[in-house]
Ligand binder design. Sequence first.
Ligand SMILES: NC(=O)c1ccc[n+]([C@@H]2O[C@H](COP(=O)([O-])OP(=O)(O)OC[C@H]3O[C@@H](n4cnc5c(N)ncnc54)[C@H](OP(=O)(O)O)[C@@H]3O)[C@@H](O)[C@H]2O)c1
Length: 270
Amino acid sequence: MHVDAWRGKTVVITGGSSGIGESLLGILSKIPCRVINLSRSKPDLIAKAEKKLAQVSADLFHIPVDLSSEKEINKAASKLAKITDGVDVLFNNAGITAHSRLDQTQMEAFRKAFEVNFFGPVLLTLRLLPYIKKKKGVVVVTSTVSGLYGIPGRSAYSSSKAALHAVMESARIELGEDGLRFVIFCPPYTKTNLRANGLDGDGNRLGESHFQGKSKSPEEVARRMIRAVEDPNSRLVVMDKSGFFLKWMRNISPSFLEKVLFQKLYKDFH
Ligand SMILES: NC(=O)c1ccc[n+]([C@@H]2O[C@H](COP(=O)([O-])OP(=O)(O)OC[C@H]3O[C@@H](n4cnc5c(N)ncnc54)[C@H](OP(=O)(O)O)[C@@H]3O)[C@@H](O)[C@H]2O)c1
């Protein structure tokens, strides 16, 4: 990490109260910069820093917002305008997963997944664009390897993330000449609360325990995301062979890719 690249910067993070976002917040809190978190609950670190129970170098702010509410996002953008008139980096990181096979998925699950994973970040990006333009800033979305192909048992999750890829790509072409950058970051399995907080096929809370296989720590993912922002050539970033495999195999041999996904994830959709 290049600390100097972040010194004095204004960074907005969504979902800093848990998992990958919490790690991003923790890392950046050690640098003299300004970090504004948007989530429903206040991150522990910000609560502790306010009570002088945690030592931080950054100025930390929390703006409560439910990203599934247009009204709350608009209100949050107005609050943010009172803190800063420029945003160097927006991490559109907050998200929810959804697990169910398509023929057992109600529209409610699609709607809820799209509210948080697609409409929320798109609206927030639109509201913050004037501030991002001012700083020729970077917009990062925490997508997932499941956004690189329609994953079995994940149609609502995969589609809500894949749709966001298209918006980032359009924006990159349109706003690149204004000096803005758009990074799609696709982490593999990461040890967080994502599964517990996700949705089942009816759109209710999933409450699944954590994935038992090999997975990254949120800290590792956050550090790699920070490096992706520092690299001016970052576009679609994957971290490991699961990401490389999906990214390339969808074009090279989708039929082989589908066979692998069928076998590997069979239990997930049966
Ligand atoms: N964990 C993985 O295996 C994995 C893999 C690839 C990609 N990702 C992506 O990484 C991102 C972060 O997830 P995580 O794994 O760190 O999960 P997490 O621990 O469950 O954290 C999710 C964060 O999103 C926020 N959030 C959820 N719904 C929200 C809403 N309606 N309004 C505002 N904030 C909301 C939560 O804050 P509040 O509850 O306080 O609102 C929380 O801070 C997600 O976009 C996810 O899709 C995760």
